[in-house]
Design a protein around this ligand. Structure first.
Ligand SMILES: [Zn+2]
Length: 330
């Protein structure tokens, strides 16, 4: 029974990671194109007020306008706390996914705010696309995209120091089918972390920090064993294969087949920092690392000033943490 559950958990985690891993390609593409999109104000359609739900995001009419050409729209608004209202939109064929996401939206928003603070809208717009074409339209992607993307979070181009606009999480049409309800909830929390941290995240920042923090937030407080959260890392560590360094950005891309491991390593680095130094230090570190590309010297200074360890010592402690946590029976 336990073994079976473990295998199921492992399979679910593995499937989810492989799926999630493609998301980063969208991020890389948008960064390469120099624009995290979408919808210039000049093309916003003037929809009637009665078409808009209670949610207050000013970009919502534009989202609905795109979605209209893909069929009837269903929308569920959700009070997310502190007077904010989030919304999940989709089409009737995805009603069950919409319900799962709407049922999770308040808890996910709270979980993200609980770690990252209140300096974000707390009124997320979440859309379930009905097809790859609608997904592309909603994320404004025009290049060659992987056919299956779990979810992506997009925003208008913005200047650092201002609040991002036009933000939304877009789920792929087969996400619910592939991920299952628990996977959808976990990916929602991951994506909402990107949503909430967009204003403090510069393009080009190290992906281990960005993706690791999103994964850490998604799993935080759930007490899942490391063998479920990071099955590949665990299996390798048990054969003595411990990462020599934090995962480089290139590892997160789909090309090298290492994205699953990269996400797990990123998660483990953030989980280690939170475990050893506390969540507040992890958030501090994010603020300082997510300001753009970092060379080794810059990282060294930031680690020293934030955690009191130079980079090499940080790596040593992280490696020991992985060994200890993944040891059979731990
Ligand atoms: Zn991500």
């Amino acid at each position: 029974m336990t073994a079976l559950r473990q295998v199921r958990g492992w399979l679910a985690a593995r499937r989810r990671f492989q799926f999630v891993a493609t998301v980063v390609m969208v991020g890389a593409l948008t960064a390469a194109c120099g624009a995290l999109l979408l919808l210039p104000k000049s093309v916003l359609p003037g929809l009637h007020a009665s078409d808009a739900p209670v949610a207050t995001d000013p970009e919502l009419p534009a989202v609905r306008q795109i979605m209209t050409s893909y069929g009837k729209i269903v929308a569920e608004t959700v009070a997310t706390g502190s007077g904010h209202v989030g919304i999940v939109l989709g089409h009737p064929a995805h009603q069950s996914d919409i319900e799962v996401l709407a049922g999770e939206l308040a808890a996910s928003t709270d979980a993200v705010t609980g770690l990252w603070g209140t300096a974000w809208s707390q009124a997320p717009v979440v859309v379930v696309a009905s097809s790859p074409a609608e997904f592309a339209a909603l994320t404004n992607e025009t290049g060659d995209l992987p056919t299956e993307v779990a979810a992506a979070t997009v925003a208008d181009p913005f200047r650092p120091g201002t609040q991002p606009s036009g933000q939304r999480v877009v789920f792929g049409s087969t996400s619910g089918h592939i991920l299952g309800a628990d996977g959808l909830r976990s990916v929602l929390r991951h994506e909402l972390t990107h949503y909430a941290t967009r204003a403090i995240t510069a393009d080009g920042s190290p992906l281990w920090m960005l993706e690791g923090a999103a994964e850490y937030t998604a799993h935080r407080g759930k007490n899942r064993p490391i063998s479920e959260v990071a099955p590949t890392l665990t299996t390798r560590a048990r054969t003595g294969d411990i990462p020599a360094d934090l995962p480089a950005d290139a590892m997160f891309g789909p090309a090298g087949g290492q994205a699953v491991l990269a996400y797990e390593q990123g998660w483990s680095a953030c989980a280690f920092i939170a475990d050893r130094f506390g969540d507040a230090k992890l958030v501090d570190l994010y603020h300082r690392i997510a300001t753009g590309k970092k060379d080794r010297a810059a990282s060294d200074t930031i680690f020293q000033q934030t955690l009191g360890l130079n980079y090499a010592d940080f790596l040593g402690h992280w490696q020991t943490w992985i060994k200890t946590r993944t040891a059979a029976g731990a």
